[in-house]
Design a protein around this ligand. Structure first.
Ligand code: F0G
Length: 395
């Protein structure tokens, strides 16, 4: 607990607003380092930044109607430099790695953390080691990780096995571990909440919905909200809605048991980013839910894909795990948990292009196939194109 003098919140609000800029130091141009006083104190010259953050809050009538929630906004973290929210934690984590003169950095990943680690390590000139579950990483993420030059090991095992292995071995291997068990990652990810609150003119929404896998982000959101409330940046706490895929829902099972039991499971879901059966940040995740009177829900893959289709159809787009946020909002409006007049920000954690081939591999998608938008092959003739344009007008 820390004591903050009354009025400090207003000072910070003014300072953060004054900093928004297109040019200048990372403190001005990065949507993470803008909040440095609440994250990490470091001279701007020591910061490893692309920059990152500054992601939009979007709304769309059709998406809101599908969710049954008119006051819904989407915070699109897929607009970060490597296409996911991980960049916010990674800029802080890699900055710290350089400060402690780490000789190499490493992570286990379902794909986004590894893409982000590889990019920031390249920026900092540090070698990077990545462990991913073999055959289970979305194509865009694997391609990024390799292109940014990380030594990439495809481990015959799932994400939980990769992380357990690396946590055991990091010290022996002499690498600096940059999974979200690293507290600096969490500090950076807090900026999603700070930036969202600033975009809302420091008026907290009723709910913040986010996908939950390893629970680093859930932990970061809880910590950020706690600090924002203590500082007087906001005058009430939003409730967190942590959303898991039904086939990878150990946190949900624990929530249902009143957090009396810690569950783990063999995870299976098309949302490969959150295919995690034994979340490493479980304890901090529980604290975040309890602090915010939050709720954990689980949604079937078919709902995730339908939500993804609506987000795509709005021209926004996101990867499947991100669409879990929206699916969770809809499920919670349906169940009466979220009132139709309540305000909700749903976080889209990763970009659509992260997972471009999901359509080809999933039985669930094939089940929904009739609704999918497919290319229509035509002859190279004006007549063929005219026939399709006529069809377009009828739709
Ligand atoms: N959404 C996306 C797109 C993710 O990549 C992840 C996690 C999550 C949500 C869940 O966040 O783990 O903090 O609860 N991806 C990690 C990775 C595990 O390795 O990229 P969490």
């Amino acid at each position: 607990m820390f004591h903050v003098p009354p009025g400090r919140g207003a000072d910070f609000r003014r300072q953060f607003t004054a900093r928004v800029s297109l040019t200048g130091s990372p403190y001005d141009v990065s949507g993470v380092w803008r909040y440095a006083e609440l994250i990490m104190s470091v001279p701007p010259g020591a910061v490893v930044s692309f920059p990152e953050g500054n992601t939009p809050l979007l709304s769309n009538e059709r998406v809101s109607s599908w969710a049954g929630c008119q006051r819904l906004q989407l915070k699109h973290e897929g607009m970060n430099p490597t296409g996911s929210f991980k960049d916010r934690g990674m800029t802080v984590g890699v900055t710290q790695a350089r400060r402690v003169r780490a000789s190499a950095v490493a992570c286990a990943s379902t794909g986004n953390t590894s893409a982000s680690l590889a990019a920031y390590a390249a920026l900092a000139g540090l070698p990077a080691l990545v462990l991913v579950p073999s055959g289970q990483v979305a194509a865009g993420k694997l391609h990024q990780t390799l292109a940014y030059g990380a030594r990439t090991l495809a481990v015959r095992g799932d994400f939980d096995a990769c992380l357990a292995l690396l946590r055991d071995a990091a010290q022996r291997l002499g690498v600096y571990l940059l999974n979200s068990v690293n507290p600096y990652r969490i500090e950076g990810q807090k900026s999603i909440v700070f930036e969202m609150l600033q975009q809302l003119d420091w008026k907290a929404p009723d709910w913040i919905a986010l996908p939950a896998g390893n629970l680093g982000n859930t932990a970061a959101f809880g910590k950020a909200l706690d600090e924002a409330a203590r500082l007087g940046l906001i005058d009430r706490l939003p409730r967190l809605l942590a959303v898991q895929a039904a086939g990878a829902a150990p946190f949900y099972q624990s929530f249902v048991s009143g957090f009396h039991e810690r569950h783990s499971t063999r995870a299976e879901t098309i949302a490969s980013a959150i295919r995690i059966g034994d979340p490493a940040s479980y304890d901090r995740g529980v604290r975040a839910i309890q602090l915010t009177q939050g709720v954990v829900v689980s949604v079937p893959d078919a709902w995730i894909l339908e939500a993804q289709r609506y987000i795509g159809g709005a021209g926004i787009g996101c990867e499947p795990a991100s669409a879990a946020s929206l699916a969770g909002v809809r499920a919670s409006v349906d169940s009466g948990l979220i009132g139709p007049d309540e305000s909700v920000v749903a976080v889209l954690t990763g970009h659509l292009l992260k997972d471009p081939f999901i359509a080809d591999t999933s039985d669930v998608i094939r089940g929904l196939g009739q609704d999918r938008n497919e290319p229509i092959e035509v002859d190279a003739s004006l007549g063929a194109i005219e026939r399709e344009v006529a069809g377009l007008a009828r739709n």
